[in-house]
Design a binder for this molecule. Sequence first.
Ligand code: CAO
Length: 561
Amino acid sequence: MSKETIKIPDIGSDSADVIEISVAVGDEVAAEDSLVVLESDKASMEVPCPKAGKITAILVKEGQSISEGDDLVEIEVAGEDDAAESEETKSKDTKSEDAEAEESAASDQKAESNQDESPPAAAEKAQEEGGSQTVSVPDIGTDDEVDVIEVCVSEGDEISEGDSLVVLESDKASMEIPSPYSGTVESVALKEGSKTKTGDQVLVMRVAGAAAPEPEKKPERKPEASAESSESSPPAKADKPEQSAQDKPTLGKQASKAPGGEVYAGPAVRKLAREFSIDLKAVSGSGPKGRVLKEDLQDYVKSLVENKAPAGATGGAGIPAVPEVDFAQFGEVVAEPASKLHKLTGANMHRSWLNVPHVTQWDDADITELEAFRKGLKAEAEQKGVKMTPMPFLLKACAAALKANPKFNASLADNGETIVYKQYVHIGIAVDTPAGLVVPVVRDVDKKSLWELAEETAELAAKAKDRKLKPQEMQGGCFTISSLGNIGGQGFTPIVNTPEVGILGVSKLTVKPVWNGQEFVPREMLPLSLSYDHRAINGADAGRFFSTLNEVLGDIRRLLL
Ligand code: CAO
C-alpha cells in the first residue's frame, strides 16, 4: 500500500470554490470517481480520482477557494505492497520529475510556438482582418466526445466577442464556449443533442473587421491572409491552426457561468436531471449555497414516484405542498385507491383552477311559469316515456344565452393570442356517477326540441352511470351545466371546464317572497351560479348572459322569438 496526495489539476482558471466534497475519509474509491465539485465564475466541474484506493484524508473544506496544485485528498493506493510502494514512490518521484520536465519542455514549446502569435493576438488579428472565420471547439480537457446541450446562436445572429455560442457537457464538467470574435453567424455546425470533441467546427462567422477592408484593397493590406473568406481558403484547413492557437486556453478561459440560471448543481446531477426530464429549479438543494446534490434529485424522483411532496418542495407555482399525514394515528381509517376517473377529474379540476382566473356571479331565475308549464307536461311525458325535468329548459335557455352572448361560446387559443368563436352550440352536462364525475355533451342544443333534449339527457345520464359513454360523446362542449338541483344547496362556485370559458351551476329551486311592486308574492326561484374565465369574459358580459338566461327561463315563449 502506498499513500499518495492527489492535487487539484489544471482547472483552467486561477481559482475555484469547493462546492461539494463527494467522498469521506475511509471511502473506497475507484479510478474516475468524483472527489470534489468545484465551481468558478466560469464553470462547474468535478475532479475525478486518478486511481483507485482508500481515502485517508481530505485536505480541502467545502467553501474553500483552491487553485491548481493545491492538495486535495490523500489516498492509500490499493494493491501495492510496501516494496512495490517504495519502488513506486521512487519511480513516481522520478516519473513526476520526468513528467515535470516533459511538461515544462512542452510548455516551453507551446510558449515558443505561441510566441509569434499569442492566443489573444491571434484572435485580435483575425478580428482585425475580418472575413469568414471558423470557430472550433477548444481544448475541453478530454479527448472524449461530449454532449452539445445547448446551441445559443443561429444563422444570421449578430454576436459580440465573448457571447456564448454553445454549451457543452461531459460527465465531469459543463461549459459554455464563448465567441472569440464579434461578427455575424454564417452557419452553425453543431446541433443540440449531438456530440462533439476538441477541434470540431462550432460555426463559421463573418468577422466584423476593425478596418473593414474594401474588396480590392484586401490583397494589398495582407496578401498572405488565408482566412479572408471561405472561398479562397477552406475554413477547416486555413482556420484550424490559427483557431487552435487562439483557442488554446482550456476550460476556465473558455467556459462561462454554469448553465441553468440560478440553479447550482454539478454536471453529473444536471445530466441525471436531463435524463429524467426534471427541471432542477423544482428540486430543493441541500448542499452549500442551496446546491442540488445527487441525493436531492434522488429524493425528488422518489417523492414523485410515491406521489409525495418532498420536504420543502412546492406543489407547483410556488405553492407550498400539503404535508402527508398519517391519519391512522388519530383513529381507525379505511384507505382505498382512488379510481382512474377520480384522479383524472382531480387533475382536470386542478389544471383549470390553476390556469383560469375564475369569477362567479349569482342570480335567481324566476321559473314559476316554467315550472307550471313543465308540470303540465307530465301526462304527455309519461305517454312518450320521457321525464321532463328542468334540465331541457336550462339547456335551451343556455343555448339562447350563448347565441346572444358569443363571448361565452368561445375558447382561448394560441396561448391567449386568439379567441375561437364557435358557430355551433354543444353543451355538456355534469353527471354524478358512483365512479366519479363525467360530462357528456349534448350536440346542437339550439336545434333540438325540448322533448328531444329530455330524451337525450336521460340517455346520456344513463350511459354515464353505466360507464358506457364513448370518448366522442364527452368531447366538443362549448359550455357546461352542472345541476345539483335535485341534490341540494343554495349555490356553489363551479370550476370552468377548460377549454370552455363558462359554466352554469344550478342549485335547488326554492319558493321565495318576491316584491312585485305592490306586495310580496311567493315565486319559485332557481339559484344560478355562473363561473367564467375572466381572461375571456368580463363581469358586464356575464351580467348580459344572466339577463338573456333569466328572460328565457322566466318566459319560455321567448324561445320562439
Ligand atoms: N331544483 C329542484 N328540483 C330539481 C332541480 C332543481 N334545480 N333540478 C331537478 N330537480 C328535480 C327534477 O325535477 C326531478 O324531480 P321529479 O322527479 O319530481 O320530477 C328530480 O330533481 C330528479 O331530477 P334528475 O336529477 O333525475 O334529472 P335532471 O335532468 O335534473 O338532472 C343530471 C340530470 C344527470 C344532471 C343529474 O342526475 C345529475 O347527475 N346531477 C349531478 C351533477 C353534478 O354532480 N354536478 C356537480 C359537478 S361539480 O362537483
